[in-house]
Design a protein around this ligand. Sequence first.
Ligand code: PGA
Length: 250
Amino acid sequence: MAANWKMYKSIAEARAFVAEFRKLGPMGGVTVAICPPAIALEAVRSGLEGSGIIAGAQNAYFENEGAFTGEISVKQAREAGAGCVIIGHSERRRIFGEKDELLNLKLNACIREKLPPIFCIGETLEERESGKTEEVLLRQLCKGLDGIGADSMGGFVIAYEPVWAIGTGKNATPEQAQEAHAFVRKVLEKQKGAAAAAGTPILYGGSVKPENIDSLMKGPDLDGALVGGASLKAESFAAIVRGAAKARGV
Ligand code: PGA
């Protein structure tokens, strides 16, 4: 279960969240990651020490260092304490023009630097309505994971995030989510083999809330969630994590 804070929270607010979240007690047998803005990564990492909760980055560049003003590298993110990094979020694709080929380079950098990526894919409303959902997911998976062998996929996480469900309050129905996740699993199996497909968690993202996590997590191919807006309040994110743990009996 991963929190994507996007460009929200000051360092002080991030610290306060972590302190409150830790007080809310055990979250069941669930792996939890919190991805703050990069400037709050160190504060979140140190605040989470000893909790088993991972601090993560929201984005990183593939070169280790160089004249890339404004960027941080996968290596720098790892050195700053990130235990995972979100790659290819739809806001990066749409607003910052990140293309599949760039994301492939970033994923390769994650392998090189041993920093597990949460690789985001998902269709727009227009693509869904014109029956292109599977085509889009297939393209994003093929190009993003191009040349990456099954033996390098350890630690990889895929996040299916339909763009029309992100920040809109309109989540995919559990059936729509399960259908897309099953398709992603099938593509992974075909491309990387059964072991890699079974061993790669697939998260759902898009308007996840405490009220819908239970029904979403009933889908057998849903392994967790990437949560934006509803992860900004400690109580709400804790309720989502607990809801997922309960739904999956862990
Ligand atoms: P949301 O965002 O939960 O606010 O819809 C999810 C995401 O963008 O990862």
